[in-house]
Design a protein around this ligand. Structure first.
Ligand SMILES: Cc1ncc(COP(=O)(O)O)c(C=O)c1O
Length: 420
């Protein structure tokens, strides 16, 4: 059924029907949360054997002591393989990549990069592909960095716009990118987009790409997306210092209790370490070693991720199937993504309806990520995009979530079309 082709009377009938169903759902007193992209308990159980630290007796004795600010070689090697970089280009940090991103921005603001003027010496702007990751935008807002929206399409950010902006404005210092299974659209940047990012001319000499590769091994299918190697492409183009790449094991082992890294050029590594050494003597090498014992190598990591996938893929399928059943393809009111990996489904409803859907869901006991959250300043000018995070919720709660969500979308959109 295509809602946009229905008469007001037909829409009113649908509205009445959905309102009755909605009232019934509200009366059930449900409480379900699909707001944050957290792993579920079954996923986290996979990593519990890590805590027995089998093989810990072989840990080099000096790992118990201060030192090795850039991390242990075993974990550097694992991240280097994961990200397709050289081991010398990796700094292994603490338990959060977001923390490393925050620190990287704060350093640049206060000290500049590799001898450049501190970013803070003039107003700073970041390019923000939208919809994007709310916590990236929160960091910018926190530091008073102006954010410029860049629309995403099926291949990544709109590169015509990116190239034009960075070529002409030296106060644009960076772009946020979640290049693989992007949060929340699930898009992986095309080879062409990655190449253009690597080769584009930037007016700011100290321009950086914040390449948040949070979902690098988080495939949901047997035919995973393949992301071009931006650091190789940058080096080839003579822009070897352009990328700060980030990753962590938050969604490989334990969320918030994993190991995180920065991968970047040797020049950047040196620059970062010169500041980091004032911040800490060394990160937790014992935990890094325990991770190494558990993760072993890329073959084993793929096996762990396969186990994760077996748990979460059915959750994605439940949601997508429910959307297909409730709306079908050409429905005129809602579109959703069916990602090959990552943690999210992105749903676009009729313009002007996202907030209303969120409010209706809330009253029926379903918490969604706040409408607007995937945009800088929480502002979705079209009031269109909803981010759905299916992984944490139990299978039975997910069925309830889909009932509430599809009902609320029909209700809000029918009402909008009736009143238009
Ligand atoms: C794109 C992206 N980057 C970073 C993070 C957080 O990573 P970490 O736990 O390593 O701080 C998340 C968590 O949802 C994410 O979606």
């Amino acid at each position: 059924m295509n809602y946009s082709q229905l008469s007001k009377e037909e829409l009113q009938q649908i509205y009445d029907l959905q309102k009755a169903e909605y009232d019934n759902l509200v009366a059930q007193g449900y409480s379900v949360d699909i707001a944050r992209g957290k792993p579920c308990n079954e996923q986290l159980d996979i990593s519990m054997p890590m805590l027995t630290a089998e093989g810990i007796e072989n840990m080099p004795k000096n790992y118990r002591n201060y030192g090795m600010l850039d991390g242990i070689p075993e974990m550097k090697k694992i991240f280097a393989q994961m990200l397709g970089v050289d081991q010398t280009e990796v700094i292994v940090g603490g338990s959060s990549s977001l923390n490393l991103m925050y620190d990287t921005i704060q350093r640049a603001l206060q000290f500049g990069i590799m001898g450049s003027e501190p970013w803070n010496s003039q107003p700073v702007k970041f390019l923000c592909p939208v919809p994007g990751y709310d916590r990236h935008f929160a960091i910018c807002e926190h530091f008073g960095i102006e954010m410029i929206n860049i629309p995403m399409d099926g291949e990544g950010p709109n590169m015509d716009l990116v190239e034009q902006l960075v070529a002409n404005d030296d106060t644009i210092k960076a772009i946020w990118c979640v290049p693989k299974y992007s949060n929340p659209t699930g898009i992986t940047y095309s080879d062409k987009v990655v190449e253009r990012l690597a080769t584009m001319k930037t007016k700011a000499k100290d321009f950086r790409i914040f390449w948040d590769n949070a979902y690098v091994v988080h495939d949901l299918t047997d035919t995973p997306d393949v992301l071009a190697n931006i650091m190789e492409l940058c080096a080839k183009a003579g822009n070897q210092d352009r990328v700060y790449q980030f990753a962590s094991t938050s969604k490989v082992t334990l969320a918030g209790s994993g190991v995180a890294c920065i991968a970047t050029s040797k020049n950047n590594v040196k620059d970062i370490l010169s500041h980091m050494t004032m911040q800490t003597i060394s990160y937790n090498k014992v935990w890094q070693y325990i991770h190494y014992l558990f993760l072993k190598d890329m073959t084993n990591i793929k096996e762990i991720m396969k186990q994760q996938r077996d748990i979460i893929k059915p959750k994605f399928d439940t949601l997508i199937q429910a959307f297909e059943n409730a709306f079908g393809d050409d429905n005129g009111i809602v579109k959703w993504t069916n990602p090959n990996g990552g943690y999210f489904i992105s749903v676009d409803v009729l313009d002007g309806c996202a907030k209303k859907v969120c409010d209706l869901c809330k009253k029926a006991g379903l918490t969604l990520t706040a409408a607007g959250a995937p945009f800088p300043y929480g502002r979705d000018v079209n009031d269109r995009t909803l981010r759905i995070a299916p992984t944490f919720t139990s299978d039975s709660d997910l069925v309830v979530a889909t009932q509430i969500l599809t009902c609320c979308i029909k209700l809000a959109c029918a009402e909008k079309l009736i009143n238009d």
